[in-house]
Design a protein around this ligand. Structure first.
Ligand SMILES: *[C@@H]1O[C@H](CO)[C@@H](O)[C@H](O)[C@H]1NC(C)=O
Ligand SMILES: *[C@@H]1O[C@H](CO)[C@@H](O)[C@H](O)[C@H]1NC(C)=O
Ligand SMILES: *[C@@H]1O[C@H](CO)[C@@H](O)[C@H](O)[C@H]1NC(C)=O
Ligand SMILES: *[C@@H]1O[C@H](CO)[C@@H](O)[C@H](O)[C@H]1NC(C)=O
Ligand SMILES: *[C@@H]1O[C@H](CO)[C@@H](O)[C@H](O)[C@H]1NC(C)=O
Length: 953
């Protein structure tokens, strides 16, 4: 690099006035020495000085008039008369007034000066009528675009098989723009997500903040929020302040296909050591350049390495790392890593044990990471076993920032807000719960100058809600992204929420004791009750529902009708009086003084029932040693001879475990007293485990063992089969593409036509199913397959002169055949209760408001189908109450509370033919409100069969 020194040194000096002072000093001093200054010295010094620039928006950002995301032709919008939760001051700021959106930017919030909007042409004015407005929700853990719905083999673009460390990969390169989840997310008020690579690699690649709005450009790139300058290549104008970059890291179980936990941490250290070498070389090079020691670097290129540039940016503090990490052992390794290499972590995700190790987290280099967690989705694998619903509150009490997330498709993107609602139910303050899906999230990834807040200069991402956003079932009335309204205008939302009550923050129970116990027992507090066989008097009872002689639920009493709160007397577990305290206590005969329990306006109602998950069949779904194990697959001919049974039909009752945490939590926390479980198990990435999972059992969730009185409600409940198209990713048992639908139906036809000897389990139970003496529960999603099955039913019944009891479970597309299903007297158990277009067979969902007026439930009920709801996974049984509330709320007043209650009690009993009579039906006493409201909490279970009341701790 030979140069003519003099002429351009002068020119350079002038140019450098725009660069840093340090750089110009260097040049001046270099003139006095005899160093040979290279031609590209300006570029080198510019690049060197840019290394010190902190990432983030330029100072002028807040004053911008137009968003870079503005879609020309978008009209300005004035939202008037709203309660505005701005996200400012940790979510504590609430303004009453207006929000003005113009050219993709929030122009003003609160008292908006008329002069600001009067001149605007085509201004759309929306009267919020006092409803809540929040910033668009932000989900920091999503795989939208990378695992587009419905799932297909060809679009599974989330983990790289090419080694544990792949920081050079970019999520945007696998981001598919045809994902049903975009619209569903928006329907839940979600406007931005962090699209993360999977957690199958230690360093899985670069993540991107994406807006869910479809753009006129239709490209993935146009959906990125504030793309890093380096998106088009690493040569970047060094005068631009760097934008935040994002990256996914993971540790623990998910990387074990590459080795052990020890291998993973070494993979990190090795990678960061390479990056550190590059960074040190750059710093050394720059130090020499800036000191004018050009000779010592003569002929050398700026040190760089295309593979490690991302990690070098990490070491320079310009990357917001989202680190998937669950357990103390994993945090410890990563916290040491951050101190060894001196880089910060923006968030730990999943972080099941974070609430147990706050001090460890605080030792992270560069500050305590925010913690992004699920509310109640725990125990799905060993490292999440100690996860707790109380974690958000415990973390907040330790001054650690809490973010709620979906990990879509693990939880439907649409229900991000429900994670915040549940966190609030279990103790997180309302402002932090909302901030957890808006401002805290946006701040954690360096984006709060644009999203997660409503203030002047932010992006025009706004949601107008039909209730307070922390009320269950809160539904967007309108959603704007970059000022563009996203929802259909002709769908009814929020019917039945007109009362002022809905605008208030829901009251929630106190969980102080449970929280302390959870920490004391490191996430596994004993779950047991205290029993009372004598007389118990419940006072201040608001409502009593009980079973009538037919086993249906009737309302015995409602305080707001009967004017004063009621009293309920229970003796030996039997409800003997419900009425005024005068009438109930007058004739009270009791040998010892009764125990008196104040229900604070609460409710007594029959226990709920759950179906659909492997509840009681396993403790930790992904740990085979805690469950039943694999079923044989008769379609590959591997049923062993010793069974002497073609289809290898087995009974769930033989594998039942009592006292699993999911079962006990659903019993003590949610009043789910009975469960029917089969050996069928469906997992997101593998699909169903068996085509003929055999015979289900019905049991009491609170029992301690199978021999305890009342533990087994019905040993053999129903015969189960699973009929569907091959799973896109795993296939049956993860073994290949799966059996064809036509083969499955052919086998079912043969077995129902008495294809096997009735001396075998297969022959016996399929014969009973054909005769209708046992329900045949068919797990099926596709309307086309349901139609084939309805034809099959007719054929078998005609051939055998019988009437079968068929139930479709799962049944995502059942609404398309509602009338035919009703006519065939087939029942439906919707699982999940709110639809999800997971695979091709489920793709034609009826999403409900705000996208469609009808829901699947409404449609089926209108046609007279007996419908129930179920839960796909064991941890979800505890949310049964909330699922019922949603079912009622999203029906726009067409399903009342009592009808909703039947969906997870009497209707399930009817469909599965387990009618639980009055004298065997547990009642659940809730303090503080209706069984379906967030203000209530289970206080006791009243058990006539066991002759006792069981108090929750
Ligand atoms: C928000 O909360 C954090 C952590 O609790 C605290 O450090 C910070 O000062 C709070 N900010 C405001 C504006 O209240
Ligand atoms: C107002 O709307 C008309 C009709 O759509 C359009 O031609 C015009 O450009 C709009 N004006 C602005 C400022 O957007
Ligand atoms: C903008 O407003 C004008 C005038 O009200 C209207 O004609 C036009 O359809 C609106 N444009 C959009 C995209 O809503
Ligand atoms: C990347 O290049 C495209 C043109 O191909 C340009 O429109 C876009 O603004 C560039 N992005 C960045 C962040 O520089
Ligand atoms: C939804 O229901 C409302 C009220 O009945 C009706 O006005 C509207 O047209 C319906 N929308 C659709 C898409 O059917």
């Amino acid at each position: 690099m030979t140069t003519k020194r003099r002429p351009w040194v002068v020119g350079l000096c002038a140019l450098f006035a725009a660069a840093t002072i340090l750089a110009s000093n260097v040049l001046l001093s270099s003139q006095t020495r005899t160093e040979r200054i290279p031609k590209n010295a300006q570029e080198i010094l510019g690049r060197c000085s840019s290394l010190r620039q902190a990432a983030g928006p330029p100072p002028s950002f807040a004053k911008r008039e137009v968003s870079d995301r503005f879609e020309p032709g978008t009209n300005a919008t004035l939202i008037r008369n709203a309660r505005i939760w701005t996200g400012v001051d940790n979510g504590t700021q609430v303004l009453h007034g207006d929000v003005l959106l113009d050219r993709g930017v929030v122009k003003a919030v609160g008292k908006v000066d008329r002069r600001l909007y009067a001149p605007l042409e085509n201004l759309t004015v929306v009267d919020a009528k006092g409803a809540w407005v929040t910033p668009g929700l932000v989900d920091l853990h999503s795989h939208v675009g990378l695992l587009p719905l419905p799932s297909m083999r060809a679009t599974f673009d989330v983990n790289s098989p090419h080694g544990p460390v792949v920081p050079w990969l970019r999520a945007i390169d696998g981001f598919n723009t045809h994902d049903e989840a975009f619209q569903l997310g928006i329907a839940g008020g979600v406007t931005s997500v962090q699209a993360l690579p999977g957690s199958g690699n230690a360093i899985g690649g670069q993540a991107f903040m994406m807006k869910l709005r479809r753009t006129s450009d239709r490209s993935p790139s146009s959906m990125i929020l504030e793309p890093p300058h380096s998106i088009n290549g690493t040569s970047v104008d060094s005068l631009l302040p760097p934008r935040w970059r994002h990256m996914k890291q993971a540790c623990g179980e998910n990387i074990k296909w590459y080795g052990t936990r020890m291998d993973t941490v070494w993979a990190f250290r090795q990678a960061y050591n390479e990056a550190r070498k590059v960074k040190n070389a750059q710093d050394d090079f720059c130090m020499k350049a800036e000191q004018g020691l050009w000779g010592s670097i003569e002929g050398q290129a700026f040190p760089d390495d295309y593979r490690w540039e991302m990690l070098v940016d990490v070491l320079r503090g310009r990357v917001k790392i989202s680190h998937h990490c669950y357990e103390a052992v994993d945090f410890d390794g990563i916290v040491r890593l951050t101190n060894e290499f001196q880089f910060p972590i923006a968030l730990f995700h999943h972080a099941s044990e974070a609430y147990l190790v706050p001090d460890l987290l605080k030792r992270t280099w560069g500050g305590t990471p925010a913690i992004a967690i699920f509310a109640t989705n725990h125990r799905y694998k060993r490292e999440s076993y100690r996860g707790s619903e109380f974690a958000p509150r415990i973390l907040a009490d330790n001054d650690i920032r809490v973010v709620m997330k979906t990990d879509h498709p693990v939880i439907n993107e649409r229900y991000l807000l429900n994670e915040a609602q549940q966190a609030h139910y279990y103790g997180l303050s309302p402002h932090l719960a909302l901030a957890a899906v808006t401002s805290t999230a946006a701040t954690a990834v360096g984006m709060s100058h644009r999203i997660g807040v409503l203030r002047t200069g932010a992006d025009a991402d706004v949601v107008l809600w039909d209730s307070h956003p922390l009320q269950l079932g809160a539904t967007p009335v309108k959603v704007w992204i970059d000022g563009v309204q996203q929802l259909p205008e002709d769908v009814q939302v929020g019917v039945g929420k007109e009362e002022l009550e809905w605008k208030k923050t829901p009251g929630v129970p106190d969980w102080g004791k449970e929280r302390r116990e959870t920490v004391k027992w490191e996430g596994l507090p004993p779950l047991k009750g205290r029993t009372e066989e004598g007389t118990v008097v419940f006072t201040n009872v608001g409502r009593v529902w009980a079973k009538d002689e037919e086993g249906d639920i009737e309302e015995l009493l409602r305080a707001d009708v009967d004017s004063e709160m009621a009293t309920v007397v229970v003796q030996k577990g039997v409800l003997v009086c419900a009425g005024s305290s005068l009438s109930c206590l007058h004739n009270l005969k009791s040998s010892s003084p009764p125990e008196i329990v104040d229900l604070q306006g609460g409710t007594i109602a029959p226990g709920l029932m759950t179906y659909g998950s492997p509840l009681g069949m396993e403790e930790i779904p992904s740990e085979p040693s805690t469950g039943n194990g694999e079923l044989y697959d008769p379609f590959s001919g591997d049923v062993p001879k010793i069974m002497g049974d073609t289809a290898g039909v087995t009974r769930a009752v033989d594998a039942l475990q009592f006292g699993t945490r999911d079962a006990l939590l659903s019993y003590y926390r949610a009043g789910v007293t009975v469960a029917t479980s089969s050996l069928s198990k469906t997992t997101l990435f593998v699909g169903p485990n068996s085509i003929i999972p055999g015979l289900s059992a019905t049991f009491r969730t609170g029992a301690t063992n199978a021999l305890e009185g009342g533990a087994l409600v019905k040993e053999v409940t129903a015969l189960h089969v699973t009929i569907g198209r091959p799973h896109p990713i795993g296939g049956r048992n993860g073994r290949g593409p799966g059996v064809s639908v036509s083969t499955e139906i052919a086998a079912l036809r043969r077995l129902l036509l008495e294809g096997e000897s009735k001396d075998t389990e297969t022959g016996r139970w399929f014969r009973k199913a054909a005769e209708g003496t046992i329900p045949l529960v068919i797990d099926v999603s596709s309307a086309d397959i349901m139609a084939s099955l309805l034809k099959l039913k007719e054929y078998i019944e005609e051939a055998r002169g019988t009437t079968m009891r068929i139930v479709f479970s799962h049944a995502t597309e059942a609404h398309l055949l509602a009338q035919k299903i009703a006519k065939a007297r087939v029942g439906v158990i919707l699982i999940p209760s709110r639809p999800f277009p997971n695979v091709w067979d489920d793709r034609r969902i009826l999403p409900g408001p705000p996208l469609t007026n009808d829901t699947t439930l409404v449609k089926l009920m209108n046609h007279g189908v007996t419908v129930a709801i179920g839960a796909p996974e064991g941890w979800q049984a505890v949310n049964t109450r909330w699922d019922l509330t949603w079912a009622a709320l999203e029906s726009n007043g067409r399903i009342d509370e009592q009808q909703a209650y039947a969906l997870a009690s009497t209707n399930l009993e009817k469909l599965l033919n387990v009618r639980i009579p009055k004298d065997k039906a547990d009642l659940v006493a809730y303090t503080g409100g209706s069984a379906l409201s967030m203000s209530s909490k289970v206080a006791a279970i009243v058990s006539p069969e066991r002759g006792m009341v069981e108090f929750v701790q």
